[in-house]
Design a protein around this ligand. Structure first.
Ligand code: F6P
Length: 340
């Protein structure tokens, strides 16, 4: 078999190639646990006697040749830190083929033939483009607070973001139940409602409003009134930022004001959900995925996201990630209303 030739083992695309150097980057919206993941990649590479480079500023840095060697010591004391020491970007230039060609050239000039991209949906799409347009072996590691990648299960940063939202919701609950007010709490997630669902269940919310499910405002109003009649003081409604055509909490307030006279308050949690020390769950996930990615590259794997949908590490082909997002949210959604 020729070096560079693709072959299949159990439906997985592998490429027989001799490993040169690896580059790693973080991209898109940062997520707590990205640093823990970087640490794992760098140390696993070092343990396998591989040279590893870190790309600064995501795809922007790849285009601008900001690619520097990383040593195991440089990733010391970062496992507990939010953000990414490599920084990130949302690169518009990378959408143009000429800039992608430049990025690929920058890597190959340094004898790098493997790339690990740590990021969310857009970043993994970028990784798929590089894999298609070059001879590099490319793997993605799912890191986004949104948990919006199909089939991969938990993403690095999701657990921490939910816990951050939960801390805020617990505090709001104290004041809501004391002052008998209806509180709308807007959470992030872009077009995906998983943060709302997890924060809603764990925070004992009275209702969640997501893009994925239609909300009947009359029924919601009755639901809130029924809660009050049953003796509940205070009410928490979690709303995804993407709901009401991305008007989120403001959209919900407008709708409720049309048909009720609730004493409404709104809190938008915003970017605090993206920062902070990663939870133990995220650090473990990040460490496992980071180390596994290096192992998978050594096995010749190409064009996969390395993920942990259940407890085992699995490979999800890039092609499967473009499929429309299917999720089993219904049970979670209904549970919130059942337990309110
Ligand atoms: O993808 C992560 C995320 O935090 C989303 O939840 C949110 O919609 C978006 O990024 C915000 O992006 P930015 O910080 O670039 O405005």
């Amino acid at each position: 078999m020729e070096v560079g030739q693709e072959y299949e083992i159990k439906n997985f695309t592998h490429r027989k190639f001799s490993m040169k150097h690896i580059a790693v980057m973080t991209s898109g919206g940062d997520a707590p646990g990205m640093n823990a993941c970087l640490r794992a990649v760098v140390r696993a590479a070092h343990n396998n006697k591989l040279k590893i480079y870190g790309v600064l500023n995501g795809y922007e840095g790849l285009i601008d040749n900001q690619i520097n060697k990383l040593t195991p010591r440089e990733v010391g004391n970062i496992i507990q830190k939010g953000g990414s020491i490599l920084k990130t970007s949302r690169s518009k230039r990378f959408l143009q083929e000429k800039f992608r060609a430049l990025a690929i050239k920058n890597l190959t000039k340094k004898d790098i033939n493997s790339l690990i991209v740590i990021g969310g949906e857009g970043s993994i799409k970028g990784a798929a483009m590089i894999a298609k347009e070059s001879n590099l072996n490319v793997l993605g590691l799912p890191a986004t607070i949104d948990r919006d990648l199909p089939l991969v299960g938990p993403t690095i940063g999701f657990d921490t973001a939910v816990n951050t939202a939960l801390q805020a919701i617990d505090r709001i609950r104290d004041t809501a139940s004391t002052s008998n007010t209806v509180h709308i709490v807007e959470v992030m997630g872009r077009h995906c409602g998983w943060i709302s669902l997890y924060a809603g269940i764990s925070g004992g919310a009275e209702a969640v409003i997501l893009e994925e499910f239609d909300t009947n405002i009359k029924k919601l109003t009755k639901h809130i009134k029924d809660q009050r009649t049953s003796g509940k003081t205070g009410c928490i409604l979690i709303v995804s930022e993407g709901a009401y055509n991305a008007q989120g909490g403001d959209g919900l307030i407008k709708e409720l004001n049309k048909i009720s006279n609730f004493d409404l308050r709104i809190t938008k949690l915003g970017h605090i959900q993206r920062g902070g020390n990663p939870s133990a769950v995220d650090r473990v996930l990040a460490s496992r995925l980071g180390a596994s990615a290096v192992d998978k590259l050594l096995q010749g794997c190409n064009k996969f996201v390395v993920a942990q949908p259940k407890d085992k590490i699995e490979l999800i082909h890039f092609d499967k990630l473009v499929a429309k997002y299917q999720s089993d949210m219904k049970d979670y959604y209904e549970l919130i209303f059942k337990l309110a």
